[in-house]
Design a protein around this ligand. Structure first.
Ligand code: HEC
Length: 301
């Protein structure tokens, strides 16, 4: 009787601790103030919500389920919430945008998989489930992104890439200050970010330290994608070839003998191992057949 009691108490304590732990995990989002106040430059309406629904179905539904139905995956901890819930709708547009950009736990980052426009449209769809929502539009004018020019200078002594980002307005040249700049190099599988995302200074200048050991193509060329995100001018991306990598005479992935290649280009060790296994098994089978025949002959005698 006494033992039973202890068991019960232990189980109860354990359960309480476990629930407490779950509670701790369902924490709110800690979003920097300047990101919190970011707004969409796209006006949310029926059309953007519809386009957002297609984006949601393709990228989010597998975890979050249908909005308003609370039928998302339950086995994750924390579980992906139903995004029509009050707790989510209380977040600002900037916070939702930040969450999509950074992700957390099982929630992936969509910064490099969805364009800014697609991310806002997904949010437009989420907002369509909140009839109290009133949108605050951002000052960004994406048609202005065409005016932006990115000047690059590479200093081979210090291995620094200096970017000067300006807008050619009718009134003259305006440097883009406090714009977010990220650098990527193109690799076999996707893009590799070089250093962290930084912001331009008052003169529209951002300086990146370039790694010295980055492999390029045969002549040392590296494809560098520069991504700029500005409050007023929106998102600008430009891909440039720079001769700043180490020349690498690397053959294509399917040019050499490799495990992933076709039969004709399989590695020798696989061909030899495979053939010898087939031959050994075959020989063994033949040996068994001969032995059986021998036994029958002996029996007949
Ligand atoms: C692989 C599963 C997965 C996918 C795919 C996914 N999410 Fe999430 N999402 C989660 C999880 C898990 C959380 C909770 C994370 C946490 O609280 O740490 C979450 C949290 C969120 C939140 C915060 C909600 C709140 O109130 O705290 C938002 C907003 C969100 N997701 C939007 C999206 C959107 C939009 C997409 C698609 C573009 C998406 N998610 C795709 C798993 C996913």
């Amino acid at each position: 009787m006494f033992k039973e009691n202890i068991k019960l108490r232990l189980t109860a304590t354990f359960l309480i601790c476990f629930l407490f732990f779950l509670q701790l995990n369902a924490q709110r989002w800690d979003v920097p103030a300047d990101k919190k106040s970011k707004n969409s430059y796209i006006k949310f309406d029926g059309n953007t919500a519809k386009e957002g629904e297609a984006i949601f179905t393709k990228n989010c539904k597998s975890c979050h389920g249908d909005l308003g139905k609370s039928n998302g995956i339950k086995t994750m901890n924390p579980a992906p919430p139903d995004l029509s819930q009050a707790l989510t709708q209380e977040l600002t547009d900037g916070e939702l945008f930040y969450i999509l950009n950074t992700g957390r736990n099982a929630m992936p980052s969509f910064k490099n998989t969805l364009s800014e426009e697609e991310r806002w449209k997904a949010i437009s769809f989420i907002r369509s489930f909140n009839n109290k929502y009133v949108q605050v539009l951002s000052k960004t004018d994406p048609t202005k992104s065409k005016l932006v020019k990115i000047n690059c200078v590479f200093d081979s002594l210090s291995n620094k890439l200096k970017l000067n980002i300006i807008a050619n307005e009718k009134t003259g040249v305006i440097p883009l200050k406090d714009a977010e700049v990220s650098l990527f190099v193109t690799r076999y599988f996707g893009k590799l970010q070089i250093e962290k995302t930084i912001r331009t200074n008052a003169d529209g200048i951002a300086i990146f330290n370039f790694p010295k050991d980055l492999p390029g193509d045969k002549t040392g060329n590296v494809d560098v994608a520069i991504k700029v995100s500005d409050e007023l001018y929106g998102e600008i991306e430009s891909v440039n070839k720079f001769n700043i990598g180490i020349p690498t005479d690397k053959l294509g992935l399917t040019q050499n003998r490799a495990i992933w290649n076709i039969l004709k280009k399989a590695p020798w060790w696989i061909i030899i191992t495979y053939t010898s296994i087939v031959l050994t098994v075959g020989a063994f089978l033949l040996y068994i057949i001969f032995s059986l025949l021998k036994i029958r002959k002996l029996g007949e005698n």
